[in-house]
Design a protein around this ligand. Structure first.
Ligand code: SF4
Length: 371
């Protein structure tokens, strides 16, 4: 059993997005993007706060117009989490949000146009310590690169990214991270592998337009899992056609499964099986929802019978092993005399999980945001 991740991370230079370090040995940051109209300040602030509540480290907001930039100013004043402004072409918008306290600009220098405009954006970013994210996407490669490669390839994505990187390098600006996203897992993984060898800037991972909640989560887990297991990746977004809150939850689940970040409860539970002494599936599903607010890292095993119950319980913070009518309970791997009534398992487990979280928090003086 691995208590810590055996993954050796790629060494990258560190940048700061607001107060969140990205790269170096910083925890891999999880981010999402709002899907409200940015000009609807109230709705956007509400969504950002719901993302903050589930632990988002960074939130990206689309700023396509000057009206949206004005709305961004008001939004920024009302939230704590660092904000990235997504700007595609208009350098004036970049300058405006820089003035309004943006924490990171997502803009490709090669798309800005004239040299003096690129310099103006880079100079504002430098003056205000604002990093830039270069974001290349397999679906929107430059025309000449598309013609050269005839279809999106890892090399094509790399070439596109390096054009933007070279512009920033030439301007002696190194405070940037890069993404080379694609909706195809092999394409994205190939591009990130090439990029990781080419530059030492932090990499923002993503399988773009991955799909709906289930299919997109699986695709992202496979793609990001491959990269993360090779040590590649400093921040990530799981792109789902779903509530952005789900993107944060899935992002943390991916990192949790690789032991790259520990945050909240790690449940170990039986699949469907006829030997279960209680309904494991409904118990775990209800419990997961009830303790979603707990950020303390903890392993909880909910196992339906004695075949694997004691084995899992002895390596968990809390463990339940199914038995007829009353199930066995383990704390810190030790079997307790107390047994839990199978008719009230969720209530009893929730109570114990909350008590244990309090104890662990007090003991470790955990600053959850830093875990
Ligand atoms: S531990 Fe028991 S209930 Fe769970 S999957 Fe195995 S045999 Fe089934």
């Amino acid at each position: 059993m691995f208590k810590e991740s055996p993954i050796i991370r790629r060494i990258s230079r560190q940048i700061m997005v607001g107060n969140v370090p990205i790269g170096g040995n910083a925890p891999i940051a999880v981010q999402s993007m709002t899907n409200t109209l940015t000009t609807d300040v109230e709705a956007t602030v509400k969504q950002i706060k719901s993302l903050e509540a589930v632990g988002a480290d960074i939130v990206r907001v689309s700023v396509p117009t000057m009206d949206a930039a004005e709305a961004f100013k008001l939004i920024k004043q009302q939230v704590k989490v660092p904000l990235v402004a997504d700007i595609h072409f208009d350098y004036r918008i970049a300058l405006k949000v820089a003035e309004y306290g943006v924490d990171c600009l997502r803009i490709n220098p090669g798309n800005i146009g004239r040299e003096d405009r690129i310099k103006a954006v880079v100079s504002a970013a430098r003056d205000k310590n604002i990093p830039i994210r270069i974001g290349v996407n397999g679906g929107s490669l430059e025309k000449d690169i598309q013609e050269k490669y005839t279809e999106p390839t890892a090399e094509a994505l790399l070439e596109s990214a390096m054009r933007h990187v070279d512009i920033l390098d030439r301007l002696n600006f190194h405070d940037f991270k890069v993404s080379v996203k694609a909706s195809d897992v092999f394409l994205a993984v190939g591009a990130y592998r090439l990029l990781a060898k080419q530059i030492d800037n932090p990499l923002h991972l993503g399988i773009t337009e991955a799909g709906g909640l289930r299919s997109g989560s699986v695709k992202s887990s496979v793609g990001l899992g491959l990269l993360l297991s090779e040590g590649i990746g400093d921040t990530l977004r799981v792109s789902l056609a779903a509530d952005p809150v789900e993107e944060i939850k899935v992002g943390f689940d991916i990192l949790k499964s690789l032991k790259l970040r520990s945050r909240g409860i790690n449940f170990i539970a039986c699949p469907s099986c006829s030997r279960q002494e209680f309904d494991v599936i409904s118990t775990v599903n209800e419990l997961e929802q009830r303790v979603e607010d707990i950020l303390t890292p903890m392993d909880v095993s909910i196992i339906g019978c004695i075949v694997n119950g004691p084995g899992e319980a002895t390596v968990s913070d809390l463990g339940l092993t199914g038995s007829s009518k009353k199930s066995g309970f383990y704390l810190d791997g030790i079997r307790q005399r107390e047994r839990f009534d199978n008719n009230h398992l969720v209530d009893q487990l929730e109570q114990r999980i909350r008590a244990k979280a309090k104890l662990l928090d007090a003991k470790n003086k955990i600053d959850i945001k830093e875990v």
